[in-house]
Ligand binder design. Structure first.
Ligand code: CA
Length: 614
């Protein structure tokens, strides 16, 4: 057995209280190395008197730690490692436990804090069912420490809007030099006059497509089109509308059952933020100097602003001097930002905050942010913009979720045939690794985009609307709340920033409207079956002869659904994909998206979500 591959730690995705009562205990071993895993778990204080041989040749009463043996299931593999999980409900909310590994080479090991110990030498005398001092410890399930995201999130399908390019509902507030609404490429410095009124006018269409979450990129006063360079955190950008219109939008969303989420840019301000202008003007004498990360004065040692912060005396977002980094540990600044965060939840009724550059802000700020926002609305949703593994922010006291790009990236890599993701088997392994990196409740609450204002659009990424449909279909069958970026319902194209911020077509073609009908069907299916995708157990399916085929079976809530995709051009015959899932020839399936051919085969470059009929 490869002992170096064996890993557990009594925290994070390896040990957590899934529902406030039940511990999930997880173990990693080398792929194919272990055929069976048991967990021995007990209360740390539960001892019984036992008669055991204490000294050779004599017998004496001793105390034995009481525990019970649990089976662990193999829940996945990423090809290198196998992932195991056991569930245990500690009767007194306290737990000690160790793993017993039955390796394929015939050896048996106990694994705990002391490491790997041959099971034959364990337990020591006096402890007939395992070495107490080799056990991992989860001391107590304190309810307030348990990760809990709002329940509504797992059933939400988000629609993301970049307001400047979504719809111009009020020409009277257009910024100077606004260009006529148009199709095709745009530039960042251009303005087209999109605004909140435009969003309000589209709400019936958005609700009609089935979306029940609306995420707007920043709407507060800022000089750029993207508004990630805030001038005033307490004022709606005048080119987007008024506070009254924001209230109207929030109310109109609520009336339609849509949750509204806004974008908080607290890592840095813009160049025209009042306190920053004060620092630029007064230098060391400014009362706001500690609101920023200033190394020393003067701010620009060369006597001028080159635009590059590597040649300046203050810290910034990336290296742009137009975005000075905020010192979120400063009490005065913190009070200002937290007041703003609370205000829009309490006074405007928004349902969530998406947090820009969230990973570069201190954890202590986020703990206080959560306390303030949840005090205003315990059901508010907090989503950090973190693209990478984000466990340190998802322990229950900071965010409810992050922008979970890794699912979308795994799907994209597979559809693009990247060297590490050429086959459906590899896609299944990558998804399993992501699953294992987070507690289940975290995955259920995650915010899952395929694209956004920060990436290329999926139609352009894959070079075809067909593969964009495939990507969306797979994403919608995974846990977490999927998000569609505005315009994708019309198969809108666009490369990287600024091309991903094109104007929403106002005269959609028949093809574009066809894609919108697909979107409506997919969102409807997801809304209807969300409990299954959130809570079901997922098992991958693949075909050695068809690397472009990928699928997974999801079972739970009394039903079974199959998600299946064929990246490549040739069809996958019914007998082939049925074999991949191990279906009986007589098994009947429903095809709510209407994807399968008349012969039951899966056409090339399509994806389906099927339901197994009883
Ligand atoms: Ca306008």
């Amino acid at each position: 057995m490869n002992g170096a591959a064996v890993y557990h730690r009594a925290t994070d995705s390896f040990c957590y209280a899934a529902d406030g009562d039940t511990l999930h205990l997880r173990l990693r071993t080398a792929a194919g190395d272990v055929e069976r895993v048991e967990v021995f778990a007990g209360d740390p204080h539960d001892w019984a008197r036992a008669v055991v041989p204490a000294v050779a040749g004599t017998e004496a009463a001793s105390w034995a730690w009481r525990n019970e043996a649990l089976g662990a299931r193999k829940v996945g593999t990423d090809g290198l490692s196998d992932f195991w999980q056991a569930e245990w409900r500690p009767p007194y909310r306290r737990a000690r436990y160790f793993f017993r590994l039955h390796a394929v080479d015939g050896t048996v090991w106990d694994y705990g804090e002391k490491g790997l110990i041959p099971a034959s030498s364990n337990p020591p005398p006096g402890q007939p069912s395992g070495d107490y001092w080799n056990a991992f410890v989860f001391p107590y399930i304190n309810a307030v420490d348990v990760f809990r995201a709002p329940d509504w999130v797992a059933g939400t399908v988000w629609y993301q809007i970049f307001p400047e390019r979504f719809a111009n509902g009020d020409p009277s507030n257009d910024p100077a030099g606004a260009k006529p609404w148009s199709r095709g490429p745009v530039r960042n410095e251009e303005r087209y006059g999109g605004d909140l009124r435009g969003v309000i006018r589209h709400l019936d269409r958005i609700a009609g497509l089935g979306f029940n979450g609306l995420y707007l990129t920043p709407i507060f006063a800022a000089p750029s089109a993207h508004k990630y360079d805030t001038t005033d955190y307490l004022r709606v950008d005048p080119a987007f509308g008024t506070e009254d219109e924001l209230r109207e939008l929030s109310d109109a969303c609520r009336t339609r059952g849509i949750r509204l989420m806004l974008d908080a840019v607290f890592n840095h301000s813009g160049p025209e933020f009042g306190p920053w202008k004060d620092v630029l003007e007064k230098g060391e004498a400014s009362r706001y100097r500690d609101w920023f990360h200033i190394k020393e004065f003067p701010l620009f040692p060369e006597g001028k602003d080159t635009g590059d912060s590597r040649r300046a005396n203050f810290e910034t977002f990336a290296f742009t001097t137009r975005m000075p980094k905020l010192n979120t540990a400063n009490p005065g600044l913190k009070a200002y930002l937290l007041d703003a965060a609370e205000r829009y939840v309490r006074d405007f009724g928004i349902s969530g905050w998406r947090l820009d550059v969230a990973n570069e802000i201190d954890h202590q700020f986020w703990r206080e942010f959560r306390a303030r926002v949840k005090a205003a609305d315990p059901e508010a949703y907090i989503v950090g913009e973190i693209w990478h593994d984000a466990m340190p922010w998802l322990r229950g006291e900071q965010y409810d979720a992050v922008m979970n790009y890794p699912y979308g990236t795994a799907i994209s890599d597979f559809l693009l045939g990247r060297p590490w993701a050429r086959s459906g088997e590899q896609l299944g392994q990558r998804l399993a690794a992501i699953d294992f990196s987070y507690p289940e409740p975290v995955l259920r609450a995650s915010f899952n985009p395929l694209d956004s204002h920060d990436t290329d659009r999926i139609v352009t990424r894959f070079g075809s609307p067909e593969l964009a449909r495939v990507a969306l279909t797979l994403l919608f069958a995974l846990p977490g709340a999927p998000c569609i970026y505005y315009g994708t319902e019309y198969a809108l194209e666009g490369g990287q920033d600024p091309d991903n911020r094109r104007c929403l077509p106002v005269d959609p073609s028949a093809d574009e409207l066809g894609f919108q009908e697909f979107t409506r069907a997919l969102v409807g299916l997801r809304r209807e079956a969300w409990r299954l995708f959130a809570h079901g157990e997922r098992k991958p399916a693949s075909l050695a002869t068809r690397p472009g085929f990928a699928g997974f079976r999801v079972e739970g809530e009394g039903r079974v659904m199959l998600a299946l995709a064929q990246r490549d051009g040739e069809a996958v015959a019914a007998a082939e994909w049925r074999a991949a899932f191990g279906l009986e020839p007589s098994a009947r399936v429903a095809d709510p998206l209407g994807v399968l051919g008349a012969d039951g085969g899966l056409p090339g470059r399509t994806a389906a979500i099927l339901e197994l009929l009883p």
